[in-house]
Write a protein that binds this ligand. Structure first.
Ligand SMILES: NC(=O)c1ccc[n+]([C@@H]2O[C@H](COP(=O)([O-])OP(=O)(O)OC[C@H]3O[C@@H](n4cnc5c(N)ncnc54)[C@H](OP(=O)(O)O)[C@@H]3O)[C@@H](O)[C@H]2O)c1
Length: 337
């Protein structure tokens, strides 16, 4: 049986959910892939834990001070890094150092935070290419909603002509609440904050940046584009009024915050903004915190996926789907023991 050592950098709600789900699935990894998957290191910003024999769930509440950073992860001997730190697309965030260090030393890397992928995507892809490390990012590209996997697997070989995505749960919740219950933006936002799924500072969601990050990651890592945030026109939902919603409703239209992309003659154009849909369109019926993507290809026409999952479990599961892709690739590699 092959031993596969996994480390997790960023140990908040998603990092912890990922650790617990991974530990609960060890039997599956051993049965399906013949792999003894061990969690050998975890760390937050100030503390961590390491054991090359594998950490169990009951030890994960007792992190030790000063055990953190890319060198700490490297010293754990991990074969695979799962990065789940905070996201900052303007600087790359702390994830950038972890991911760069991991890829440059050939460690397969699963990224959940979006910041480094948006800020330095091209450099990270190049590091992976040079070292031969696998770079996976389902957790960063709308998580429970399959996006990258759709183009890499289900639509393989087709040319993607157009993408439309409702990619942010919070803004869909807000617009849906305003449309179906007639409440104002501020009331809907307070409700979402009290429900724990809108941040105290919601601008990353409401101004469209989170949608833009996911769209950019899908474009660059899924479709081979080379877009930066400067290439995107990004508009949010912060100025949607009840009057506007009422006017759309009278026309039989439902507003959604949509990331859209067109691909023509090797040119990609992407933007984020409000689009309205007639009730007959599946996008008009994406409710609450659900997300959706519509991909139009040259040969398979239109494909729609709709997804929702309870967080942070759904994001952890998306990252561990990537882990299984890596285990599959490793099991079929000629170097597999
Ligand atoms: N929550 C969700 O439902 C969801 C869904 C999809 C994607 N995501 C993405 O997943 C990532 C994690 O989200 P979360 O909700 O788990 O956030 P969180 O609870 O705030 O956790 C972030 C973690 O990152 C750690 N961290 C900060 N700086 C670090 C550094 N320099 N080195 C190592 N660790 C560092 C923090 O450490 P301390 O505890 O020491 O501060 C904390 O453990 C974010 O990028 C988010 O965008 C989240």
């Amino acid at each position: 049986m092959q031993t596969i050592k996994v480390a997790i950098a960023g140990f908040g709600s998603v990092g912890r959910a990922t650790a617990n789900l991974l530990l609960s699935r060890r039997g599956r990894y051993s049965q399906v892939y013949g792999a003894d998957v061990r969690l050998v290191a975890v760390c937050g910003s100030r503390s961590g834990l390491r054991d090359e024999n594998g950490l169990e769930a009951d030890r994960l509440d007792n992190l030790e001070d000063a055990l953190t950073g890319p060198d700490f992860i490297a010293a754990s001997g991990a074969d695979i890094l799962i990065e789940a730190g905070p996201s900052d697309f303007r600087t790359g965030g702390p994830g950038l150092a972890y991911i760069s260090s991991s890829l440059s030393t050939g460690r397969d890397t699963i990224v959940i935070s979006k910041g480094a992928l948006v800020h330095s995507g091209r450099q990270l892809r190049e590091l992976a290419r040079l070292s031969g490390a696998m770079l996976k990012l389902s957790g960063a590209a709308a998580a429970a909603l399959p996006t990258i996997d759709l183009v890499h697997h289900s639509l393989k070989g087709c040319e993607v002509l157009e993408v439309e995505g409702i990619l942010n749960a919070t803004t869909n919740y807000l617009l849906d609440a305003m449309t179906t219950r007639g409440i104002g933006f501020d009331v809907a936002l307070r409700e979402a904050q009290q429900g724990g799924f809108a941040e105290a500072d919601p601008r990353n969601d409401t101004e469209g940046w989170d949608t833009a990050c996911k769209l950019l990651i899908l474009a660059n890592f899924g479709l081979g584009a080379n877009l930066t945030m400067d290439d995107l026109n990004v508009q949010g939902i912060q100025s949607v009024t009840t009057e506007l919603i009422e006017a759309w409703r009278r026309e039989g239209h439902v507003p959604k915050l949509v990331g859209s992309l067109t691909h023509l003659n090797d040119t990609f154009r992407a933007e984020v903004g409000i689009r309205t849909y007639p009730l007959s369109d599946p996008f008009a019926n994406i409710r609450g915190k659900d997300k959706a993507i519509r991909i139009t290809t040259d040969a398979m026409g239109e494909t729609i996926a709709i997804g929702a999952g309870k967080e942070p479990l759904a994001t952890a599961a998306a990252a561990l789907k990537d882990l299984e892709h890596i285990l599959t690739a490793r099991a079929s590699s000629p170097l597999a023991e």
